[in-house]
Design a protein around this ligand. Structure first.
Ligand SMILES: [Fe+2]
Length: 308
């Protein structure tokens, strides 16, 4: 419970023992199609909705659920290695299961980001592998309480980020995709054009890789229909002071490391999670929640779709 609201809202089929019909994905699809607006309101209220027990079996059935709510698809742009599975459905992230994928709003640095992230568990991991999430406004509130001055300064100045990506031709590259896949082209001039359209400046590196710079970006954002809450819509903890990425204020001044460290503790402290079960479908409000992926033992298969 967060401020009297259940997150995630858990929805299961009604147990009706007199009815011998088995509950299947068709019933969930019908319910969603008939109640689009009510579902939208429910998701705004709860930020996360978990459908369990509807026997969603595969990417095809998951796609039916996604299409039932009638939202438009958005093309993924970002560092995660993903494979197209079926229609709107992709693998969530094929990065090594032993790694923690740090909390983020999906495509937070791109100009156009999804409003919803929808996940489907086809193969639940034997251990670990949860998809923890955090109320983004909760992080802002706690940061404002502990670091009012720093938060104000970062809000006023804005932020800038940088990251480097190798070329896919670099066989030493263990993680992520090369810039060719990220920008969908092997042509450098075209890549520059596409980067610009996404709001990034890029610089070519002597190893064939690329350095991307983004900014200024806001620290927090307020979105319509979300109670005027200030969302912690940034990725400073994930990108600050890393070998392949950085985060600083837009005028070049440093963010104090204790502020970033404490923010990481607050995010972890606020995190909500559950154990994935086969057939689970989780809707996340990408404008209100940060999400991540905990390390797990194999196998684990979680598929994803996103909405404009
Ligand atoms: Fe994600």
């Amino acid at each position: 419970m967060v401020e009297g609201v259940q997150i995630p809202l858990l929805l299961k089929p009604k147990q009706d023992h007199s009815n011998t019909n088995t509950i299947n994905v068709a019933s969930l699809v019908d319910i969603l199609k008939a109640n689009k607006d009510a579902f939208e309101d429910m998701l705004l209220k709860h930020s996360a909705i978990l459908f369990r027990g509807f026997d969603v079996k595969d990417a095809q059935e998951f796609n039916d659920v996604v299409e039932a709510i009638g939202c438009e698809d958005i093309r993924y742009v970002g560092p995660a290695p993903r494979t197209h599975v079926h229609k709107r459905v992709w693998t969530a992230n094929e990065g090594p299961l032993s790694e923690f994928i740090y909390y983020h709003h999906e495509m937070v640095l791109i100009k156009e980001f999804p409003t919803k992230v929808i996940l489907f568990c086809e193969v639940p991991p034997p251990e670990g592998g949860e998809t923890p999430f955090v109320t983004s406004w909760g992080v802002t509130e706690r940061m404002l309480k502990e670091f009012p001055e720093n938060v104000r300064e970062m809000e006023e100045k804005g932020l800038r980020y940088s990251f480097t990506a190798l070329s896919k031709n670099d066989t030493g590259s263990m993680r992520g995709r090369g810039w060719e896949d990220a920008f969908g082209t092997s042509d450098k001039v075209e890549a520059e054009k596409r980067a610009k359209a996404l709001g990034m400046d890029i610089e070519w590196l002597s190893n064939g890789g690329v350095k991307a710079m983004l900014g200024p970006r806001q620290l927090t954002r307020v979105f319509p229909n979300r109670q005027n809450r200030k969302m912690w819509f940034n990725t400073i903890v994930g990108m600050y002071g890393k070998e392949t990425s950085s985060a600083e204020m837009a005028d070049g001044s440093k963010i104090p490391s204790n502020v970033v460290e404490r923010c990481g503790e607050i995010i972890e402290d606020e995190s909500i999670q559950f154990k994935w079960e086969k057939g689970d479908v989780l809707f996340l409000d990408n404008l209100a929640l940060l999400h991540g992926r905990r390390p797990s033992l194999p196998p684990r298969k979680v598929l994803v779709a996103t909405c404009k």
